[in-house]
Design a protein around this ligand. Structure first.
Ligand code: ASP
Ligand code: MG
Length: 405
């Protein structure tokens, strides 16, 4: 007998037929004598639809009311999933986040989980019930409904697995696991058997989003080992954990492409203390996330700053920077949206040299120009022309022989 926490994402519970399939799957595992806690998302598209309705009625909806509204999506699926289980003859009970004892801080729309009172769930498990919990939501100390940020059902599952000391945590989605590259782009991309938390986080921040990053960070912090797998088949997925046995030999484990970035060039600014500080202070105050910063110092005390921002923030970046340039004595802002960020990720980079050289050579051989470069301990990212993004992913994947993983 094992205690298992499973999370089913929006496509896995997308309609009545899918919910029935999920219930059958749960029932079979239950009948093997396991204890099951099931976290579900809203049906695919429902959260976006609710947000659209809110925005149609009010340009800037109150965050408290947003939480009231968005928590509805998961409240639908918990009840339907419990009914589906009853329908196939399994005892089950559904809980909202509040009923499941998930207590958060006060921050509406992106609350953090503070504590979980697992007693009611423990009692139900002892009584042989399958417990269904609404993902993405909790309650704060004032009794208000909160939500945990987009994709937050993952976090609910990981946090429950930690609180309940589950033997297993499975994140069911519509892909088979974590791949060496996007299989739609790189035909011989391989599903990874295992990946470390750090690699998973770097891949997510580089554009291959399988899971909410916060939940991976939470899993790393509490040592929750989990598996990402598909609810549409019975294939084994990818295990995400701290250390990977065959890590030593593998230098690069994944290639990711992010087409949702824009390049900002701030040129002809005075090369004196404080210029960069003012530029980035203004961007930070406007909540714009900046990545891949490069500074070139030119002649005659003039410097250029180049960096990337999320594509959705590019117009905002331009607007934010224009007054700053006036204040620091001149300069120009130019935005280039025709770029993509290509990243190669692997913990093996910590101990191997030549990764950058291999990547740059592969891109050179394909006549792909590199515009910006940044590195971390386990990642190298380059900015390239957007039209070359797919080709770059393929040549990088081949250069590191990821099809052999
Ligand atoms: N329904 C929420 C969202 O779409 C939470 C989740 O799916 O994890 O962001
Ligand atoms: Mg989701």
């Amino acid at each position: 007998m094992a205690r298992i926490v499973q999370k089913y994402g929006g496509t896995s519970v997308g309609d009545v037929e899918r919910i029935r399939k999920v219930a059958e799957r749960i029932k079979a595992i239950r009948d093997e004598g396991n204890e099951l806690v099931i976290v579900v998302s809203a049906r695919a598209g429902v959260t976006n639809e609710l947000i659209a309705r809110a925005k149609a009625l009010c340009a800037n909806p109150s965050e408290r009311e947003m939480d009231q509204l968005l928590s509805v999506g998961e409240q639908e699926t918990i009840a339907l999933t419990a009914m589906a289980l009853h329908g196939v003859g399994a005892d089950a009970v559904s809980y909202t986040g509040a009923q499941a004892g998930i207590f958060t801080d006060k921050v509406h729309t992106k609350a953090k989980i503070k504590t979980i009172n697992a007693k009611p769930i423990e009692a139900d498990l002892k009584a042989g019930k399958v417990v269904i919990v609404a993902g993405f939501q909790g309650i704060n100390e004032e009794g208000q409904i909160t939500t945990l940020g987009r994709g937050g059902s993952d976090l609910t599952a990981i946090a429950l697995a930690a609180a309940l000391k589950a033997d297993k945590c499975e994140i069911y989605t519509d892909v088979d696991g974590v791949y060496t590259a996007d299989p739609r782009v790189v035909k011989d991309a391989k599903k990874l058997q295992e990946i470390s938390y750090d690699e998973m986080l770097e891949l997510a921040s580089s554009g291959s989003k399988v899971m909410q990053s916060r939940s991976v960070e939470f899993a790393a912090k509490y040592g929750v080992v989990f598996e990402v797998r598909s609810s549409f088949n019975y294939n084994p997925g990818t295990i995400v954990k701290q250390e990977i046995a065959y890590m030593e030999k593998v230098v690069v484990r994944g290639v990711a492409v992010d087409k949702d970035q824009a390049k900002v060039i701030v040129s002809n600014i005075l090369d004196k203390p404080g210029s960069a500080a003012k530029v980035f202070r203004a961007l930070a105050d406007a909540s714009i996330i900046v990545d891949m910063i490069v500074q070139n110092v030119g002649r005659n005390g003039i410097a250029n700053l180049t960096f990337t921002v999320p594509l959705t923030d590019s117009a905002k970046a331009q607007k934010t920077l224009e007054p700053v340039l006036d204040a620091i004595g001149g300069g120009q802002v130019a935005i280039h949206e025709n770029i993509a960020k290509l990243s190669v990720v692997g913990v093996g980079m910590k101990t191997h040299s030549g990764v950058a050289a291999t990547l740059f050579q592969a891109l050179a051989d394909a006549s792909i120009n590199i515009e910006l470069i940044s590195t971390s301990e386990i990642k190298i990212s380059v900015v390239i022309d957007k039209s070359k993004a797919e080709e770059a992913a393929r040549v990088a994947h081949a250069a590191f022989e990821l099809e052999k993983l």
